[in-house]
Design a protein around this ligand. Structure first.
Ligand code: FAD
Length: 337
């Protein structure tokens, strides 16, 4: 247990907030002990994975528990499928690389997403046409109400766009301990339709891509578009893409004829990055904080000295200008503390 502990290396924004107490756990036993300690001392608790989807707007006056449970297990399901289970503290991208090395398919489009395996169900992480719900089987959790271990199936997780039961009804109640995925051993489903994957593969002269080729293409696209948190503090997309009623979209189209939208029944998903860019925020810096020059949706700690409060205030200004221009209320994707 460490006291007055700087969380700067533990959040990808690189915000220098402090935890009153900090501990790192490697086993369920250690986790239970830390939770019992927090209960005995009436401390609020914050669980931390890779810190890549969190904004610390102030010091945390409680116990931060960094989840570092490690291990990967496999079980053959049939000739073509394998169940792979990874503990919460496994790094997500390393887990994707592990599966690709074994030639297991299903995770390749999710290459290079920062963070840990245990956090992946929280917001049903997704990229390039895949979400974890597409390969998710179940996750094992610790229920903080009674310290009992349970399991959530795919249906029970209520996955949605950047959403799950763990961000809704179950918020703050469960610690995810491990996650199981069903991956293919052969006859992989290759998904190249989304974003620039196809173009990237064509540029490399690849006409019949393998899952490894898709992963390489995704990595290359991400590296060219997104700031590396090791160099510039950020948490990826700061806002969710809003979904608005079709009638509202049609009204907006009369005024902003280039507005992009992805219809789904009576609803249309609008890229938040486009809305933000239209309000003049792309590349704009105020003090220590900026909207990224290549992707307006990403807010960066431009000088490395930004406080969480400054980043939060910057995001509020963006919300206000998008609301004023388009009448659309952006929702933050990043967890605010
Ligand atoms: C450059 C960059 C690009 C990104 N691109 C994408 C992308 O393409 N798609 C996408 O979906 N996301 C993306 N993200 C966001 C982020 O990578 C994911 O949300 C990731 O799953 C966060 O994992 P983490 O371990 O870092 O979470 P943390 O930031 O450590 O935690 C996030 C929240 O989950 C809670 N939590 C953490 N672990 C557990 C657990 N085991 N059980 C219960 N609660 C827990 C924390 O208390 C916190 O509230 C990106 C982030 C960055 C920095």
């Amino acid at each position: 247990m460490q006291e007055n502990f700087s969380l700067k290396p533990y959040n990808t924004f690189g915000v220098d907030a402090k935890a009153k107490y900090f501990t790192e756990v490697q086993t369920i036993e250690e986790l239970k002990n830390a939770i019992s300690y927090s209960k005995e001392h009436s401390l609020s608790v914050l669980f931390l994975g890779g810190g890549s989807n969190i904004l610390l707007t102030k010091d945390f006056d409680g116990l931060v528990i960094k989840l570092s449970l490690k291990g990967i297990e496999e079980k053959d399901l049939n000739e073509n499928e394998v169940l792979v289970t990874a503990k919460a503290g496994e790094n997500w991208h390393e887990f994707v690389m592990y599966s690709l090395q074994k030639n297991y398919g299903g995770l390749e489009n999710l290459s290079l997403i920062p963070g840990n395996v245990g956090t992946s169900p929280m917001q049903n992480i997704g990229a390039y046409g895949t979400e974890i719900k597409d390969i998710f089987v179940s996750c094992m959790v610790l229920d903080l109400e009674n310290l009992e271990i349970g399991t959530f199936s795919l249906e029970e997780c209520h996955f949605g766009y950047r959403d799950s039961i763990f961000k809704q009804k179950g918020k703050g109640r469960y610690v995810i301990l491990e996650v199981s995925f069903k991956l293919t051993k052969k006859d992989h489903l290759i998904k190249t339709e989304y974003g620039a994957i196809k173009a990237e593969l064509e540029n490399s002269g690849i006409t019949h891509p393998t899952i490894q080729d898709v992963s390489k293409a995704v990595i290359s696209i991400r590296q060219s578009k997104l700031p590396d948190p090791k160099e510039t503090g950020n948490a990826g997309s700061f806002f969710k893409n809003p979904t608005i009623p079709l009638v509202q979209f049609e009204e907006l189209k009369k005024k902003f004829e280039n507005i992009p939208g992805y219809p789904n029944g009576d609803w249309v998903k609008v890229p938040a990055g486009w809305l933000i860019e239209q309000c003049g925020w792309k590349g704009k810096q105020l003090g220590n904080v900026a909207s990224h020059r290549l992707q307006a949706l990403v807010i960066v700690n431009a000088t490395g000295n930004a406080t969480g409060k400054e980043i939060f205030d910057f995001s509020t200004e963006i919300i206000h200008s998008v609301k004023e221009k388009f009448g659309i209320e952006l929702e933050r994707e990043v967890n605010i503390l």
